[in-house]
Design a protein around this ligand. Structure first.
Ligand code: 13P
Length: 280
């Protein structure tokens, strides 16, 4: 088992009618918790980090760790740049050996999104890496910037976008948002259904935190093959760390580190179980 491309994992997901979990990581404990969860469940995963998170978790430290964890794992793992904002960062990730990248040009006018994405596809091809792009706007935010207002993906342009850009994965906006939802989201499965009927490109669901198991299953039945989970893992890690600190007089670093890894691990295992979509 090994470091693999996103394209390969999406084909596996397609064949097995499931989704691959793409788990955001921000430190060593999260990487260890995620890989341990994947190995326990004997399931491939995607390890990812978003450009906006690099202030806290620099790429020059995270990249070697994520790649080494993937190479040494006994399950297949893709290493992905999530929400790249600049071509420089995308290139850095590719130079480190990331097997896929996303340039998020979703806020740009349609033709500019197409052109920026085409540029990334041409660059990634030189590295044999896969590319994800977003059409429409996923709500919420990644990091501490302003919240994005949701604009659902227009199914009538999805095919044109995929054909013109040659991407390997299309992130859709169907009422989903990053971060904790203030109320249970109501996802536009009618739009997802239309996109799924129009394009054969594997689809990606961002904003996985707070989506119910039933909604995940429905999304998978309508072509979602990659599901991003970030906030729920960060929250679970913080909760386990706080519980450990609250219950001890003198905190021990090594026990705290184990608690953090376990927090990430528990959340990731729970999601892998749903995404494997095993019908009992
Ligand atoms: P959440 O933080 O809502 O889980 O979203 C993750 C995500 O989509 C990363 O791109």
């Amino acid at each position: 088992m090994a470091l693999v491309s996103l394209k390969h994992l999406l084909a596996v997901a397609q064949n097995e009618n499931k989704a691959i979990g793409a788990f955001s990581v921000g430190n060593m404990e999260m990487v260890m918790g995620a890989v341990c969860a994947a190995e326990t469940m004997n399931t491939p995963i995607i390890l990812q980090i978003a450009e906006k998170r690099l202030k806290n978790s620099p790429l020059e430290l995270m990249a070697p760790m994520m790649l080494s964890a993937a190479k040494n794992s006994n399950v297949d793992i893709a290493v992905h740049l999530d929400h790249g904002l600049t071509i420089e960062c995308v290139k850095q990730a590719l130079d480190y050996g990331f097997t896929s990248v996303m340039l998020d040009a979703s806020l740009l006018p349609y033709e500019d999104n197409v052109n920026a994405t085409k540029e990334v596809v041409a660059l990634a091809q030189k590295y044999g890496a896969s590319v994800e792009a977003e059409l429409g706007v996923v709500g919420g935010n990644e990091g501490d910037t302003a919240e994005h207002i949701i604009t659902c993906t227009d199914p009538s342009v999805a095919l044109d976008f995929c054909e013109k850009t040659g991407i390997d994965a299309l992130a859709v906006a169907i009422g989903n948002a990053h971060g904790n939802y203030p109320v249970l989201p109501s996802l536009r499965f009618d739009i997802l259904d239309e996109i799924h009927k129009t394009v054969s490109t594997p689809l990606v669901l961002h904003g996985g935190t707070g989506i119910t198991d039933e909604m995940f299953r429905k999304a998978i039945s309508l072509g979602i093959r990659k599901i991003n989970i970030a906030t729920a893992s960060f929250d679970s890690l913080a909760k386990y760390a706080k519980a450990y600190c609250d219950n001890t007089v003198i905190a021990d670093y090594f026990k705290l580190s184990s608690a953090m890894a376990e927090g990430a691990n528990e959340n990731i295992k729970r999601h892998i179980e749903i995404f494997n979509n095993i019908v009992q």
